[in-house]
Design a protein around this ligand. Sequence first.
Ligand code: MRU
Length: 286
Amino acid sequence: VLELRTAADVADAIRRLAIRGAPLIGVAAGYGIALEPAGDPSALERAAEVLRAARPTAVNLEHAIGRVLRAARGADDPASAALAEARAIEDEEKAASDAIARHGAGLLAGAGVILTHCNTGALAAPGRGTALAVIAELAARGRLERVIVTETRPLLQGARLTTYELSRLGIPYELVVDGAAPGLIASGEVGAVIVGCDRVAANGDVANKVGTYPLALAAAAAKIPFVVAGPTSTIDRACPSGTDIVIEQRDPIEVAAAGIPARNPAFDVTPAALVTALVTERGVIR
Ligand code: MRU
């Protein structure tokens, strides 16, 4: 449990991934704005700037900051209005998570073995999460054989967080290294791939944790569904296509010893043509 007292604290927690996952980043940023003295418009703008700079790819951050700022600006009591809006965002994301779970479970009821990447559960989004919420719902309905979890290099969200969540949920899983996943998909033992998303462009291209694109290619080659789950707060209608999405470049020290020339992109873009369906709280877009 983290106790964060200022927008700068929240931004720092987001930057170092103590708070991560697109919907949760958005909710936290909303509360981050609400922590600042709302009577001082310049304090709110500064807070927004600090939070916006924390991570560039998940659009939920920008959406939540914008909402809380707008709510505070026009209000008689800006502090209460900011807090109420931050709470509303959290409640909406919780409800979205449940709806995504239902829609996604309907779509993937026959998949059997499902492969997932990164962490998209209750540690990444309010409520039950996104892709992992679909998996949990399938398990609850008795429609899931097991989950194949990728490690998710470089920071191991799959190995450290998804395995923890699946263990707690009592859902059978196996962990594999990222490089093993395309081969397992090609072998025919995976029924579907489901992942979350950090930004969906207006044309349907999807930015998600680095390593997602190879899974989409493998799924297309094996002719199995490649499904993306996320709330509509992750859709960026102002962003025409995947090439317009800013991909966060993290410190190479996360992947290589100091002095080794290394590059560390945190996300990649999967073209819409490789996405079988996008599951949102409003339903399934094919
Ligand atoms: O760098 P992270 O751990 O924030 O990346 C998270 C992801 O890529 C998730 O798939 C995405 O945010 C959706 S979380 C429900």
